[in-house]
Design a protein around this ligand. Structure first.
Ligand code: AMP
Length: 358
C-alpha cells in the first residue's frame, strides 16, 4: 500500500471493485471524489461501472489468475456483489476488504442462518432442504405457509417459491430448480426495514437512520426515511444487532441487515455484506453517503457523520420501463435523479433511482 495503515490510503491509490453493476458505479463515483482511481473487474463486455472508472478488466469471477493479476494492480480490493466464488479471493489476504468470510457466510442462506443462530438473533424458524423428502419434513416441522429459497444465487426474490398447502410442495421444489435450499416459516410482519452500518478495521461502527422498505414482486420499490410506526420502536435494537453481526463477521466496510417488523420485535431476514439499494437515499439525504463511507472504511480513513440532512427522504427505484419517464424526472425540481446507463430496460431490471429530500 502506498501509505501507512494508520494514515489510510493516499489519494491517487487504486481501489479494485469486483462487480460492475450500479453499486460499483456509485462506489467509483464516490471514490473519485476522494481522489482514488477505481479498477472494475466484471465478466460483461461493458458493465455500467466501467464507464465511470479509471480501469476495467473483463474477466470471469472464477478465473484465479485473472483475479490475482487484477488485485496486484490495486491497493485494496472490494466487491459490490456477493455471489462470487470464494477460492480465487482467498489468496488476496488483507488486500481484500471486507475479507472473504463476509462473502462465504452471507452467500449461502444455510451458512448465514447458522451464523445468525449462533449470534443469538431472531430469525424465521428454518430448515435446510436438500431434497424433496427434506421439504416434506420441513413442512411437518415448521408448518405452513413456508417459503422455499435456494441456498445460493438468489436475489430480488428470484429462486423462491411459497408453499401454502402440502400439495404445492412438488411444484415449489420444481420452481426453484430442485436445488439445495432452505425452508423458512412464513412470517407475519407489518413492515420491512433495513439497517446499514459501516465498520472500520479497528472496530468503529456507525449506522445510518433506518429506512422502511417497500417491495413489489420481491424487488425493492421504495425506501422511506424516517420509517415511522411500528419500526421506530424497534430501531435501537435492530441497530445493536447489526453492529453485533458486523463485529462477529469481522466485517470492514458497509454492511446491510434486512428486517421484518414483527409484533414482538425485529426478526432478521438477511445480511448483504455490501452497500445496498435501500441506502441509495444517503447520497443526497445523509451527511455522508453509504458509498463514500464504504470507501473510507476500506481505505482506512475515518468514518463521517451519517445523520439525515432534511426532515424526510423518499427513494424510488426506476425499474424496467420506469426509466422512460426520464424527461419528466429531470424536469422535476424536487427529484435527484440517477440513471445507471445499463442499456436495455428489461422488466425487473434496476435502471436508476430518484431521491426526494424534504
Ligand atoms: P429475500 O430475498 O430473502 O429478501 O426475500 C424477498 C422478500 O420475500 C422479502 O423482502 C419479504 O417480503 C418476503 N419474504 C422473505 N422471507 C420471508 C418469510 N420468511 N416470511 C414472509 N415473507 C418473506
Amino acid at each position: 500500500m502506498r501509505s501507512s495503515e494508520a494514515a489510510g490510503l493516499a489519494p491517487g491509490s487504486t481501489i479494485g471493485i469486483i462487480g460492475g453493476g450500479q453499486l460499483g458505479r456509485m462506489l467509483a463515483l464516490a471514490a473519485a471524489q476522494l481522489g482514488y482511481r477505481c479498477h472494475i473487474f466484471d465478466p460483461h463486455e461493458a458493465p455500467c461501472a466501467a464507464e465511470v472508472a479509471a480501469i476495467f478488466t473483463r474477466g470471469s469471477f472464477d478465473d484465479s489468475g485473472a483475479i490475482a493479476a487484477f488485485a496486484a494492480a490495486c491497493d485494496v480490493v472490494t466487491f459490490e456483489f456477493e455471489n462470487l466464488p470464494a477460492a480465487p479471493l482467498e489468496a488476496l489476504g488483507h488486500k481484500m476488504r471486507p475479507a472473504v468470510r463476509s462473502l462465504t457466510v452471507t452467500q449461502d442462506r444455510a451458512v448465514e442462518k447458522r451464523f445468525l443462530d449462533e449470534a443469538g438473533v431472531r430469525i424465521a424458524p428454518w430448515a435446510a432442504v436438500d431434497d424433496r423428502e427434506a421439504l416434506d419434513a420441513a413442512i411437518e416441522r415448521l408448518g405452513l405457509p413456508l417459503l422455499l429459497k435456494t441456498r445460493r444465487f438468489g436475489y430480488d426474490g428470484k429462486g423462491q417459491a411459497w408453499v401454502r398447502a402440502p400439495e404445492e410442495a412438488a411444484a415449489a421444489w420444481a420452481a426453484i430448480g430442485q436445488r439445495p435450499a432452505v425452508a423458512e416459516k412464513g412470517m407475519d410482519f407489518s413492515a420491512e426495514y433495513s439497517v446499514i452500518v459501516a465498520r472500520t478495521a479497528d472496530g468503529h461502527c456507525s449506522a445510518w437512520p433506518v429506512s422502511r422498505n417497500i417491495h413489489e414482486g420481491g424487488i425493492l420499490r421504495r425506501s422511506e426515511i424516517p420509517p415511522g410506526a411500528p419500526i421506530d420502536a424497534q430501531v435501537s435494537q435492530a441497530v445493536e444487532i447489526a453492529a453485533l453481526l458486523a463485529e462477529r463477521l469481522g466485517h470492514v466496510g458497509v454492511m446491510t441487515v434486512e428486517y421484518f417488523a414483527c409484533a414482538d420485535g425485529p426478526v432478521v431476514n438477511e445480511i448483504a455484506p455490501r452497500v445496498h439499494n435501500s441506502g441509495h437515499w444517503t447520497i443526497e439525504g445523509a451527511a455522508t453517503s453509504q458509498f463514500e463511507q464504504h470507501v473510507r472504511a476500506i481505505c482506512g480513513l475515518p468514518l463521517r457523520d451519517t445523520r439525515l440532512v432534511g426532515q424526510a427522504v423518499v427513494m424510488d427505484n426506476l425499474i424496467g420501463d420506469d426509466v422512460g419517464q426520464w424527461d419528466a424526472l429531470v424536469a422535476d425540481p424536487n427529484a435527484r435523479v440517477h440513471f445507471y446507463n445499463k442499456g436495455e430496460a428489461r422488466p425487473g431490471r434496476k435502471m436508476g433511482h430518484v431521491t426526494r429530500v424534504r
